[in-house]
Design a protein around this ligand. Structure first.
Ligand SMILES: CC[C@H](O)CC(=O)C(=O)O
Ligand code: MN
Length: 337
């Protein structure tokens, strides 16, 4: 029986949520979460290190469990749901993408900084040749003007992306900025438009609804808000809100609520709240995945983590420059009287 889905949700707690728990997922946790998401009829479930395939490293954080084992576990229990992986060219390789596809992954989401779409060409075209659904994922979208975003999204479309996402990695976009970005992409592109939010300014839901109203058909959510920083648009809440708006997601509301309460909540080391550090991520426009790194540097150099984050925002540091977090903290420490 085919399910009506006006908006297609990708659940990212098993990937973006990995940042929030310092990449410590176990096979048992992934089995439980993926099974519950499949039973709730979630269409896509993303699984990998928080920084995508190959992310496990000193630079980004070592995974407790090899991500291929986590992917294999998710595939084995997710039922009709499809497993997606994130791949950042330069971190994740074509070889790893093929290994994931051989394990049963159906979608590759190729992520680049918002101005660097050209580095996604090879990964997108190979993913397409392998028969995967392809997504171009333009991160830190607040850092580029609308015209630049359109230009970069068009590149991803030309490389074979079936969908191009606007990714608010820092949770820094305001609703009117989301609207103008989605509208511009809708006017210029022929492919699906997606939106990925972070809740650092408490705007994930408002921004997501703005994106949907402007025609975004693909939306990311994280169950119980389990994502980097203050987390993403909370999946179970989004399902309820869209249902009230008469927009079908095809996801079973009670089952996704139960999964959030009974399976995901116990995994959280601390509740996903808008703490002062999370708020500063959105306020200063800093990558949500920098949070734990900045908090560690704050302890090591005895510098307020907010000062580190604000300085990183001023320097417009982007993903892959995690080593700058320690540099900035060390510099601030030296400047102290
Ligand atoms: C570092 C990869 C990043 O977590 C991808 C993503 O979800 C985002 O940019 O928001
Ligand atoms: Mn994210």
């Amino acid at each position: 029986m085919s399910v009506q889905r006006d908006v297609v949700i990708t659940e990212v707690a098993l990937r973006d949520g990995s940042h929030a728990i310092a990449h410590q997922y176990t096979v048992e946790q992934v089995l439980q979460v993926a099974k519950a998401l499949g039973e709730a009829n979630v269409p896509y479930i993303e699984v990998s290190h928080g920084d995508g395939l190959g992310g496990s490293s000193l630079q980004y954080g070592l995974s407790r469990t090899n991500e291929m084992e986590l992917i294999e576990a998710a595939v084995s229990v997710c039922g009709p749901a499809k497993i997606a992986v994130l791949v950042i060219p330069g971190i994740g390789t074509i070889k790893q993408m093929k290994e994931a596809a051989n394990l049963g992954v159906k979608m590759a989401r190729i992520a680049t900084h918002v101005t660097e779409a050209d580095v996604s060409a090879q990964h997108l075209s190979v993913a397409k040749e392998m028969g995967l659904e392809t997504v171009g994922f333009l991160m830190m979208a607040h850092m580029a003007p609308v015209e630049k975003l359109v230009e970069q999204a068009a590149l991803m479309e030309s490389y074979g992306a079936d969908t191009v996402y606007i990714v608010d990695s820092a949770g820094a976009l305001l609703p009117h900025q989301v609207r103008e970005r989605v509208r511009a992409l809708r006017q210029s592109l022929g492919v699906n438009i997606g939106f990925h939010a972070h809740n650092n300014l408490s705007l994930a839901m408002a921004n997501t609804l703005a994106a949907i109203e402007e025609g975004a058909q693909r939306i990311d959510g994280s169950i119980r808000c389990l994502g980097a920083g203050a987390g993403n648009t909370q999946t179970e809440v989004l399902v309820a809100v869209l249902d009230r708006m008469g927009i079908q997601t095809g996801i079973d509301l009670y089952k996704i609520m139960d999964a959030a309460e009974e399976i995901v909540a116990p995994i959280l080391q601390v509740p996903q709240e808008i703490t002062r550090d999370n708020l500063v991520l959105g306020y200063a426009g800093v990558y949500s995945s920098f949070l734990l790194h900045a908090q560690r540097a704050s302890k090591r150099f005895a510098i307020d983590s907010r000062d580190i984050l604000v300085e990183l925002g001023k320097r417009q540091v982007v993903g892959g420059q995690e080593d700058m977090i320690v540099d900035v903290a060390a510099e601030l420490a030296q400047q102290q009287p």
